[in-house]
Design a protein around this ligand. Structure first.
Ligand SMILES: NC(=O)C1=CN([C@@H]2O[C@H](COP(=O)(O)OP(=O)(O)OC[C@H]3O[C@@H](n4cnc5c(N)ncnc54)[C@H](O)[C@@H]3O)[C@@H](O)[C@H]2O)C=CC1
Ligand SMILES: O=C(O)[C@H]1O[C@H](OP(=O)(O)OP(=O)(O)OC[C@H]2O[C@@H](n3ccc(=O)[nH]c3=O)[C@H](O)[C@@H]2O)[C@H](O)[C@@H](O)[C@@H]1O
Length: 452
């Protein structure tokens, strides 16, 4: 099949690389000239395991341009994967989706058959709105094309993007015409049937079977995406709320999470207490869901509470620091990890960045380290007086405390005793319950985790 993907960010790139690996012909449209230049050199603008191997392997079937109009004419599928960032009131900003829809319609030709696939996470009713924009643009141009629309929400996790693309838990398609459903089935056939040879860096997970294809209506598909993210976000907020009480009563949240997670109705995943959730999606998607509900005069107290608990987690970490150091003004605080989670260089809504801002506001001097996210952090934090350390040991020099904000596996190899020795005061606040408390204490640290 011939596919045009508009918006080559985390989702668009993973989709472009995966679909071309699966023998489809893909044109990726990216309007950011810097990203486009890298893509045209088969380099990835983002850090994502396995992506460069597949970019290289799919070279013949994958190209990148900024010419949407030129690419669309011969496409069977036009996939929109642009950002849907939050507006000030929490609502999803659909200006990029609408612009992409208009550009796609500008490229369609009379007699052509196209399936527009909305991959971006969009509020209820957006698919209908996109269809309206396309129909209107085609009418203005006097073009008679056969256009179908499908909602195909994406559930990939950053840092696992290609694995999640090739071996998804499920594929959701919302559509209203048989043609759209059939095209999406053909698009995903190699994944549905697992008929491809797995790339060497992304072997098929043990016991992985065929993913179910859920075919539903447009509105339900849009809702599935928001409901999934909201549920995951509130699962984390739930364990964080329990963690707070564990601290008060002297229980250990890791033991509690294990004890409840073995009940299959609860499940063990997404029960890691800590600094709370960040990233480009949980914060924006929970806000967007509340904004949709508000349009109907409906309240969603559980989701509101999940957001409030999440904000409180950042403050709780700072309070822990205060309880040990008493005064933050003039202290040197090191932050280990800046990405919103390990395995990615994405710092959007990262809890670590919230900590940097709060600590600077309170008069502390902040040093940071991250194995991959420092270049992006420098751009975002450019106004703030932050020291970027080349490695964790340099970070530790002279620090009054270190906060572990992102649980990078490489931090597991750290010589904690050496780290403690370099500090002014060996205080370790483990914002992800990553280190073994006993080992940290034996290494000389005053150690505090979350909920234990
Ligand atoms: N990042 C993630 O892990 C996931 C994101 N999503 C959803 O997917 C959508 C995209 O997210 P990301 O990939 O993270 O966004 P992103 O911000 O990384 O990428 C979007 C890209 O689209 C480009 N773009 C915008 N308008 C364009 C246009 N008219 N023509 C060409 N390029 C254009 C931008 O320059 C940017 O590179 C969002 O709705 C998000 O909620 C869904 C699942 C996972
Ligand atoms: O819509 C999206 O964009 C995506 O959002 C999340 O994926 P992602 O944001 O990449 O990252 P997650 O692994 O879900 O982690 C999100 C945040 O929750 C935190 N988290 C996660 C799990 C946990 O137990 N505890 C916890 O605090 C992480 O540190 C991170 O800050 C979802 O997991 C994906 O299914 C979804 O497609």
């Amino acid at each position: 099949m011939h596919i045009t993907i508009i918006g080559i960010g985390y989702v668009g790139l993973a989709a472009a690389v995966a679909f071309s690996y699966l023998d489809h012909h893909v044109v990726g449209i990216e309007k950011d000239p810097q990203k486009l230049r890298l893509l045209q050199e088969s380099k990835s603008p983002i850090f994502e395991p396995g992506i460069e191997e597949l970019l290289d392997k799919s070279r013949e079937r994958l190209s990148f341009t900024n010419d949407t109009v030129g690419a669309v004419a011969d496409s069977d599928v036009i996939m929109i994967a642009v950002g849907t960032p939050p507006k000030k009131n929490g609502e999803a900003d659909l200006c990029y989706v609408e612009e992409a829809a208009r550009q796609a319609a500008m490229g369609m030709v009379s007699g052509g058959t196209y399936v527009i696939v909305i991959k971006s996470t969009v509020p209820i009713g957006t698919n209908r709105r996109v269809m309206h924009i396309i129909t209107k643009t085609l009418a203005e141009r006097g073009v008679k094309a056969n256009v179908h629309i499908a909602s195909n929400p994406e559930f990939l996790r950053q840092g696992m993007a290609l694995k999640d693309m090739l071996y998804p838990d499920r594929i959701v398609v919302g559509a209203e015409t048989a043609e759209a459903i059939e095209t999406l089935r053909n698009l995903y056939r190699p994944i549905l049937e697992q008929s491809f040879a797995p790339p060497s860096s992304l072997p098929r997970p043990d016991g992985y079977s065929f993913p179910p294809l859920i075919i539903t209506d447009l509105t339900s598909a849009e809702m599935i995406k928001y409901a999934a993210n909201a549920f995951l976000a509130l699962k984390i907020s739930f364990i964080n709320e329990i963690a707070g009480l564990c601290e008060k009563v002297g229980a250990d949240i890791k033991e509690v999470a294990r004890g409840i997670g073995l009940d299959p109705r609860i499940g063990p995943r997404f029960l890691q207490a800590g600094l709370g959730w960040g990233g480009s999606c949980f914060p924006k998607d929970t806000a967007a869901l509340l904004a949709v509900a508000a349009e109907y005069g409906y309240t969603m107290p559980i989701i509101e509470a999940a957001r409030a608990v999440n904000t409180r987690q950042r403050t709780l970490i700072v309070e822990k620091l205060q309880s040990v150091l008493k005064i933050l003004r003039g202290r040197i605080i090191g932050i280990l990890g800046l990405a919103f989670k390990p395995g990615t260089d994405d710092i959007r809504e990262s809890p670590a960045l919230d900590l940097v801002r709060i600590l600077i506001e309170r008069g502390a001097h902040v040093k940071v380290h991250d194995p991959v996210a420092m270049p992006k952090a420098r751009l975002v934090l450019k106004e703030l007086p932050v020291d970027y350390a080349a490695d964790p040991y340099t970070l530790a020099e002279g620090c009054d405390a270190i906060i572990l904000a992102t649980e990078w596996e490489t931090y597991r190899q750290l010589n904690l005793a050496l780290l403690a020795k370099r500090m002014n005061q060996p205080v370790l606040i483990d914002g992800r319950n990553f280190f073994d408390p006993e080992q940290a204490r034996q290494a000389g640290f005053i150690y505090m985790g979350v909920g234990r």
